[in-house]
Design a protein around this ligand. Structure first.
Ligand SMILES: [Zn+2]
Length: 69
């Protein structure tokens, strides 16, 4: 939980992108707990990770269809 590197709980990838903060929770509550929304670069699972974990900035590739909702 307090690891310094991203590790996807689903596919085990260590590569992730920063995700947009959409909800009140993500904008105001998660930062309070040092969490941020990230998306796995491999399987596109969206999750909250420690704000201390370095992840890549979003690029401009189209959003994965399964992640669009
Ligand atoms: Zn993954």
């Amino acid at each position: 939980m307090f690891g310094s590197r991203f590790h996807c709980p689903d596919c085990g990838s260590s590569d992730a992108f920063r995700s947009r903060r959409r909800t009140f929770l993500e904008k105001y509550i998660l930062p309070f707990f040092l969490l941020k929304p990230v998306r796995c670069a491999n399987c596109y699972l969206r999750m909250n990770a420690s704000a201390l974990i370095p992840v890549r900035e979003r690029d401009h590739r189209p959003v994965h269809p399964h992640a669009a909702a």
